[in-house]
Ligand binder design. Structure first.
Ligand code: HEC
Ligand code: HEC
Length: 306
């Protein structure tokens, strides 16, 4: 039993790594596009902060994550802007996903973050820093601070949705889900049926994946094969000409598209209009909204699709 629990915890932690990496995927590309010197270092930080195997008794993952005192939500655009700021200014120390890095603590486990309401604790800390403790002071615009706050809380909401510290989820818990409540969530509040069909793409999913593999697929489909398609992007030039293809990379200033013939084309964002359609990120947005009970119920429901 003990072993099963550790295994489950390990899988769920691994899922956390995957999810975090996916959400920073664009940011990683951003670094590549720029050829920025910080990229490799920051990437390395992330890998060390999360991916390295640890003695479970030593791992910060074995202490529960403090729960957000006042749950709060932020517009997706603000969270996205915050992610860019965070990766650039904070990610080197705290990890690109705020989950801890080389020198900075895991902000998902921070009491200060758990107690923060719309920046009332984080903003003053950023302004003052903690001299002598390795946390620098930052002189940021209010908009940047607010965006960073939005990103941190969004990460925390997602992390809590994955089981508050990613260790409270275990296989026996999942066996207790209510399949009919899961069906209702799938077709209703969860919005899953907008993209999936139980008689189409998800038919027989519980035969293809069992137990934790099914859970992994449900939470983090990009973790295994086949990898889902890259986001689609369409750029409209000032002349009215449009170029569509898959999104190769983007950063604050540029967007790179791989067009139908496989060529990479780079555009300056301020000179064009562009639209990115990323079904995977919508899938992850849904994940952030799961309560523990929803997650167990949906799992139980998917487990009936044999
Ligand atoms: C040079 C490395 C470094 C950078 C860059 C950095 N931090 Fe920190 N941060 C730290 C360290 C180290 C601590 C822990 C300080 C302590 O022990 O009191 C910390 C603490 C914090 C805490 C408080 C955690 C707690 O519970 O006490 C928050 C919130 C935080 N940082 C957010 C940020 C944000 C947001 C940014 C970017 C704008 C940022 N940090 C940039 C190193 C860094
Ligand atoms: C906006 C569209 C969208 C929404 C909403 C969405 N997903 Fe997904 N989902 C995807 C995409 C895209 C994939 C990746 C498919 C692939 O493997 O190529 C995926 C993959 C999956 C898979 C793995 C499928 C397989 O064959 O391995 C499961 C299970 C799943 N989603 C369940 C859910 C559940 C449950 C919800 C509701 C909470 C949900 N999804 C909401 C788009 C969405």
């Amino acid at each position: 039993m003990q072993q099963t629990l550790w295994f489950a915890a390990a899988v769920v932690i691994a899922l956390g790594v995957g999810l975090a990496q996916d959400s920073t995927d664009q940011a990683v590309n951003q670094g590549k596009a720029k050829g920025s010197k910080g990229t490799n270092a920051a990437r390395g930080t992330n890998a060390r902060g999360r991916g390295a195997p640890r003695d479970p008794t030593q791992s910060p993952a074995s202490t529960p994550e403090p729960k957000t005192v006042t749950p709060q939500t932020y517009p997706a655009e603000q969270v996205q802007a915050g992610e860019q700021r965070f990766v650039a200014q904070c990610g080197f120390c705290h990890g690109r996903d705020a989950g801890g890095g080389e020198t900075g603590p895991d902000l998902m486990r921070s009491e200060l973050v758990a107690q923060d309401l719309r920046g009332d604790k984080i903003a003053p800390l950023l302004k003052q820093g903690r001299a002598g403790q390795g946390m620098p002071a930052f002189d940021l615009s209010d908009a940047d601070v607010n965006a960073i706050v939005a990103f941190i809380h969004d990460q925390k909401t997602k992390s809590e949705a994955l089981g508050g510290g990613r260790r409270s989820v275990d296989a026996s818990d999942f066996a207790t889900g209510d399949a009919s409540a899961g069906r209702a969530y799938f077709n209703g509040a969860g919005g899953c049926s907008g993209c999936h069909s139980t008689t189409g793409d998800l038919e027989g999913i519980a035969t293809r994946y069992r137990g934790l593999a099914l859970l992994e697929r449900m939470l983090y489909p990009t973790a295994g094969r086949p990898a889902p398609a890259r986001p689609k992007a369409t750029v409209t030039l000032a002349s009215g000409e449009t170029i569509s293809g898959t999104l190769a990379s983007q950063d604050e200033f540029t967007i790179v598209i791989r067009d139908a013939s496989g060529d990479r084309q780079m555009f300056e964002k301020k000179l064009v209009q562009y639209k990115i359609d990323d079904p995977m990120s919508a899938h992850f947005d849904q994940l952030g909204k799961y309560t523990d009970a929803d997650m167990h119920n949906v799992y139980a429901f998917l487990d009936t699709l044999k």
